[in-house]
Design a protein around this ligand. Structure first.
Ligand code: FAD
Ligand code: NAG
Ligand code: NAG
Length: 490
């Protein structure tokens, strides 16, 4: 039975999940358009915040007082990891889902925490704006990207998602509503990113926007040796005339480095909009692989790219022409719906045979990092995304005295090394990453011990705030106790 369920899962995906994802998105698209047009969300905001405050008051009077966390069920978020800690916690419903304000003078947008990247883009793009850093999956939420982290191909200019945030509004464990920015409550402002909801509940955030043009002109540069790949990637990352930079390593040596600039003018013969909609992600990655083999430099215009997606592995004939014409435009299915309908067997299978990891390492150490990924995973393509790490107080900052260029190395899929044992391999990678002053993105499986975790992430400011906010340690567990493998799985 399990064998059949796994083998023929695509039948279910095509007949049910793809259409369901489609209607789900349409429903929210229309709902959000209406709410935004009516400007009703700003009026509701206050009472929604009071609702969170009231729930905290109830918690204060509850016996015994369990730790608090948001009530959003695990299957709804993008992370593929389970969250057993939720069951043990006192859950607070934070149902704040709307866009509150767009201020083109200040160049910011103010949103509630469950607003998603797709929703924000659908609102901003027609007005000629976009988020300065726009993480790629439509379902990623502002709350998750601030309390966790976010990175994208404009991060070589703007930094991580947290670095484009100007101000946060939070409800703390004593029930107070506070605003935190560079001037007001600045310690809290710098401690919130990566804190996984353990300093308070986020109820809104003000985020930087930049003018957007209609198209992105992409330039693909294939390279066939490690040295050349790194050189091209580093040069592109340091060049701020590139709006977007990312790389795909197809082997230990070969890569395609992509740079993008926004433009309003399009050369019609090079417009790839339709093609891309039809080929889907895998097709796109394969197309680049062919460029990589052929060699010549080309320019293509793209409207929108969705990157490597492990979910497409489920549909074995996803690259078939007929499938692409019929269903390509509907892919990929929503991760949340896939997760909701996963059986235990599938979960176990993924845990054993799939990795999903992003490691942030200094650009200076990219070469040796690629050696380590080759030795431990042999999993290609690897995603390379350059990101500026600002020297600001908090959990994650460069070891050097000034801001420093880092690279997110993303490994998604099935490792090709023999005898892959997730825990052991990932522990070795975690050690390596700490040794080069790098960081692990915590949506993924993390096997570090508490001491190792403290070594990777600077807890000084975080601990100071946990000590000074009334009730905080009673109210919220430590980050480690939410993100470690043990906390999520037992
Ligand atoms: C397949 C896949 C693809 C990905 N692609 C990208 C990508 O392209 N770019 C990128 O940057 N990242 C990517 N990620 C990682 C992603 O950034 C993290 O998973 C992110 O934290 C997810 O956010 P979410 O909206 O699902 O948040 P959640 O997982 O719901 O939230 C994250 C944490 O924040 C806390 N939190 C959320 N809202 C609040 C609130 N209002 N108050 C207090 N605490 C709160 C939650 O309790 C939780 O601990 C990807 C992950 C996967 C699995
Ligand atoms: C997503 O939800 C699961 C289950 O609640 C949780 O373990 C995980 O930490 C959440 N994602 C992130 C990025 O924190
Ligand atoms: C990368 O590291 C290898 C050793 O692992 C070395 O031989 C090579 O010269 C290095 N390349 C660059 C570009 O630094």
């Amino acid at each position: 039975m399990e064998y059949l369920v796994i083998k023929y899962r695509y039948v279910f995906v095509i007949l049910f999940l793809l259409p369901a994802s489609f209607f789900f998105d349409i429903y929210f698209f229309i709902r959000n358009k209406i709410i935004f047009a009516m400007r009703s969300a700003p009026k509701q905001h206050q009472s929604r915040v009071e609702n969170v405050q009231n729930q905290i008051k109830q918690w204060q009077n509850s016996q015994p007082r369990k730790k608090m966390c948001t009530a959003r069920p695990g299957w709804m978020n993008v992370s593929l990891r389970p969250g057993q800690y939720k069951k043990r916690s006192h859950q607070i419903a934070v149902n704040l889902v709307d866009i509150l304000n767009i201020d083109t003078k200040r160049q910011t947008i103010t949103v509630e925490p469950l607003a998603t990247m797709g929703q924000i883009s659908a609102t901003l793009n027609p007005l000629g704006w976009t988020l300065a850093v726009l993480p790629e999956l439509d379902d990623l939420t502002v709350g998750g990207l601030i309390m966790g982290t976010g990175v994208e191909s404009s991060s070589h200019v703007h930094g991580l998602f947290q670095h484009i945030c100007v101000s946060y509004e939070l409800v703390l464990s004593d029930g107070r509503v506070v605003v935190a920015n560079e001037k007001e409550n600045s310690d809290l402002f710098y401690a919130v990113p990566w804190s996984y909801g353990t300093l308070g509940f986020l109820v809104s955030a003000e985020i930087k926007i930049v003018p957007a043009k209609k198209y992105v002109k992409l330039n693909y540069q294939p390279s066939h040796s490690r040295g050349e790949s790194i050189k091209l990637f580093e040069e592109a990352s340091n060049d701020e005339t590139n709006d977007f930079v990312e790389g795909l390593m197809y082997s230990s040596e070969e890569a395609v480095i992509m740079t993008g600039t926004m433009t309003d003018n399009v050369e019609p013969d090079k417009l790839q909009l339709t093609v891309l909609a039809i080929i889907g992600n895998h097709g796109f990655i394969n197309m680049l692989k062919i460029f990589c083999a052929e060699g010549p430099r080309r320019n293509i215009f793209l409207y929108d790219i969705i990157i490597i997606d492990t979910v497409v592995d489920i549909i074995p004939f996803g690259n078939n022409v007929i499938f692409r014409y019929l269903f390509g435009w509907m892919t990929p299915p929503k991760i949340s719906l896939l997760k909701l309908t996963q059986t235990e067997a599938i979960k176990k299978l993924y845990e054993k045979h799939q990795i999903v990891q992003d490691m942030l390492v200094p650009m200076q150490r990219l070469n040796e990092s690629l050696d380590v990924f080759q030795k431990e995973f042999q999993n290609y393509p690897l995603w390379l995304c350059p990101m500026k790490l600002y020297k600001v107080p908090g959990f994650v900052k460069p070891a050097s005295k000034v801001e420093e260029m880092y690279v997110d190395i993303g490994a998604y899929g099935e490792p090709k090394v023999e005898n892959f044992v997730a825990k052991e391999t990932i522990r070795r990678i975690e050690h390596f990453v700490t040794s080069v002053k790098g960081f692990q993105m915590l949506y993924a499986d993390s096997y570090m011990t508490r001491e190792e975790f403290y070594k990777m992430f600077d807890h000084t400011l975080y601990n100071k705030l946990r000590d000074s906010i009334p009730n905080c340690k009673d109210a919220f567990s430590e980050i480690y106790d939410k993100v470690s493998f043990a906390a999520r799985n037992t």
